[in-house]
Design a protein around this ligand. Structure first.
Ligand SMILES: C[S@@+](CC[C@H](N)C(=O)[O-])C[C@H]1O[C@@H](n2cnc3c(N)ncnc32)[C@H](O)[C@@H]1O
Length: 243
């Protein structure tokens, strides 16, 4: 009986693929993925701690400058001002968040790496088009800062061959590349180096088909455990500690 059922399912699957349903139902891919990810995001949010941490959910308005409040909260909670750390930012653009960390994490032994094409987004993202957000490489005048120009998919492997990320320092990994592809690539590439106490910051976390989806797939596929430590703008900007 079971055998017959399995053969029936295999037959139906074959016929479905033969009929090329993408030709007339392909338009459903985006809304159904979005719907599925909104449900996952809603479930994820309902499981989060809203007391005893910085968390403004629910806020009726979005104030992008609140992200600096989140950085300050993380800096103070972990005493990062004087700790020698590795700060890696993926998606630097004009360098606003990068410069905040450079100015506020003051240990002279800290290293700051900023990765970006500096030629803008490699793909369309929502209303933004490929090439939007291009910027000049920021000038900092701080010997601790280094910028790595290029697609993450090309620059990160070269960087990881040269720089020893297993150096015992805490890593602050700031994911601000907006795109699913860029975020999942970065997380999976850095997975072997992540250790307890490292901090992950996301800048557009609650976008269902992009950073949230990348985080979900990454944590579920690598069995990675993270603890939410701060969230602002209804989880638009979030910080996690690696467990
Ligand atoms: C929102 S901006 C970063 C904003 C910046 N952190 C700030 O505080 O103003 C996103 C950046 O990610 C970069 N980016 C996205 N995907 C990338 C990839 N795969 N490789 C390199 N850069 C990427 C884009 O070039 C863009 O400059």
């Amino acid at each position: 009986m079971m055998n017959l059922l399995l053969r029936g399912i295999a037959f139906l699957k074959g016929v479905t693929l033969l009929l090329k349903p993408h030709l007339y139902l392909g338009w459903l891919r985006f809304p159904t993925l979005m719907f599925s990810n909104v449900l996952s995001l809603s479930k994820w949010i309902s499981n989060q701690n809203k007391t005893g941490i910085l968390n403004d959910f629910y806020s009726p308005t979005r104030d992008y400058s609140k992200r600096y409040k989140l950085y300050q909260y993380v800096l103070e909670k972990y005493n990062l001002k004087q700790e020698a750390l590795d700060y890696l930012e993926f998606g630097v653009c004009g360098g606003f968040s990068f410069k905040w960390w450079l100015e506020n994490a003051q240990n002279p032994e800290s290293h700051f790496f900023g990765f970006d094409t500096f030629e803008g987004l490699p793909e369309n993202w929502g209303t933004f088009k490929k090439g939007d957000m291009s910027a000049d490489i920021p000038v900092t005048g701080d010997f601790r800062a280094e910028f790595v120009k290029g697609l993450f998919q090309e620059s990160v492997p070269v960087f990881l061959d040269k720089y020893n990320l297993n150096n015992g320092r805490r890593k602050i990994i700031h994911l601000d590349a907006d795109l699913f592809s860029s975020t999942i690539y970065t997380l999976t590439r850095l997975a072997p180096y992540l250790k307890k106490g490292d901090i992950l910051i996301f800048d557009e976390f609650n976008v269902p088909n992009h950073e949230f989806y990348a985080y979900k797939i990454f944590t579920e596929s690598y069995y990675v455990k993270t603890k939410l430590i701060a969230a602002v703008n209804n989880y638009f900007q979030v910080a996690f500690e690696m467990e």
